[in-house]
Ligand binder design. Structure first.
Ligand code: HEC
Ligand code: HEC
Length: 275
């Protein structure tokens, strides 16, 4: 009998805690939260588990976090920002935040490992066709289904400004190493950067496009040693000088038989003689 009472009590308690988070999760599913956050896994934003653990002993957590969600936040977890959510009501936000805070203390290490594994597996299934498609999409050789701008429109220019060309591959590499597959995937699904948000507003990438781009970026990362952009360095400068010298020689050759005086000189001389 005691055991049954204990069991009922326990499951009631369990239900209370879970129902709270699950309600919050349902609400968050209607907004954009779950494209950047998961229960036990870091995607673009920290996992709900980590957030709950971090703020476990903070009495002002609810109002601070509600503020972060409403107005957007950055610098609490890393260098990626969270976009603001001005259209959500205070009530909805409080429900979401208190729901995720209820996870405090429920570490689930096994689940983390599982989720990591499955995402790596999926990427391993990428064929060279997927990778090539991703590369073409990135460069704008294939248009996006919803007509968003090609990635190179912005990311190439940004790199060009640093040193002429070629830095692009290196830049992508560091992005993938830094954010990993879930991070890059989530950024493409719901860009946290205002410029990219505007560019892909109503022009969201499809799941297949995101997969191809992620496969391409991963491939670029793995092959980074072979994909070093060509570094012309001094060679470019010297070949410029050589070219200039060659051009001068060519002009000298063509110019060797050029008329030394104005065309009329010969006629003028003849006229003067015959007079
Ligand atoms: C585009 C990606 C993205 C979306 C969408 C997003 N978040 Fe975040 N979230 C982040 C990032 C990145 C951080 C870390 C920000 C920081 O370092 O301060 C974060 C942080 C948080 C935090 C912790 C804030 C703090 O101050 O410690 C909470 C709580 C949170 N998000 C809840 C939500 C909820 C609820 C939603 C949906 C309404 C949501 N997020 C939507 C990316 C996102
Ligand atoms: C309209 C311009 C624009 C377009 C188009 C664009 N981006 Fe971005 N992207 C940005 C800006 C701005 C940032 C913010 C960080 C920065 O300045 O690099 C960014 C950031 C990123 C990041 C995170 C970089 C980091 O180090 O945190 C990734 C990954 C990314 N973009 C991938 C893509 C991909 C893939 C495409 C093509 C589908 C694309 N972007 C198209 C402007 C753009």
């Amino acid at each position: 009998m005691k055991i049954i009472v204990f069991f009922i009590g326990f499951s009631f308690l369990g239900n209370f805690v879970f129902a709270n988070f699950e309600n919050a999760q349902k609400l968050m599913g209607k907004s954009d939260c779950l494209s950047c956050h998961a229960k036990a896994q870091n995607i673009v934003g920290p996992s709900f588990q980590d957030i709950a653990n971090k703020y476990q002993k903070d009495s002002a957590a609810l109002s601070h976090l509600a503020q972060s969600v409403k107005k957007g936040g950055s610098g609490h977890w890393g260098d990626l920002p969270m976009p603001p959510h001005p259209t959500l009501s205070e009530d909805e936000i409080k429900q979401m935040v208190s729901g995720l805070l209820s996870l405090a203390g429920q570490e689930e290490p096994e689940k983390r490992v599982e989720e990591k594994k499955s995402s790596i597996l999926e990427l391993q299934n990428a064929t060279s066709e997927d990778i090539g498609r991703g590369q073409n999409l990135f460069q704008g050789k294939i248009r996006f289904a919803h007509e968003g701008p090609s990635c190179i429109a912005c990311h190439h220019v940004k790199n060009d400004a640093i040193i002429g060309g070629g830095i692009l591959a290196k830049d992508l590499t560091s992005v993938f190493s830094r954010l990993g597959e879930p991070g890059v995937r989530a950024i493409l699904g719901a860009p946290p950067f205002p410029v990219m948000q505007t560019a892909y507003k109503d022009k969201a990438l499809t799941k297949e496009e995101i997969f191809a781009l992620v496969a391409f970026l991963n491939d670029a990362d793995q092959k980074k040693l072979y994909q070093r952009p060509k570094d012309y360095g001094m060679g470019l400068f010297l070949s410029g000088i050589l070219g200039a010298i060659l051009l001068m020689l060519v002009y000298t050759l063509f110019g060797a038989r050029r008329k030394k005086y104005s065309v009329n000189q010969a006629i003028y001389d003849r006229q003067m003689k015959s007079q």
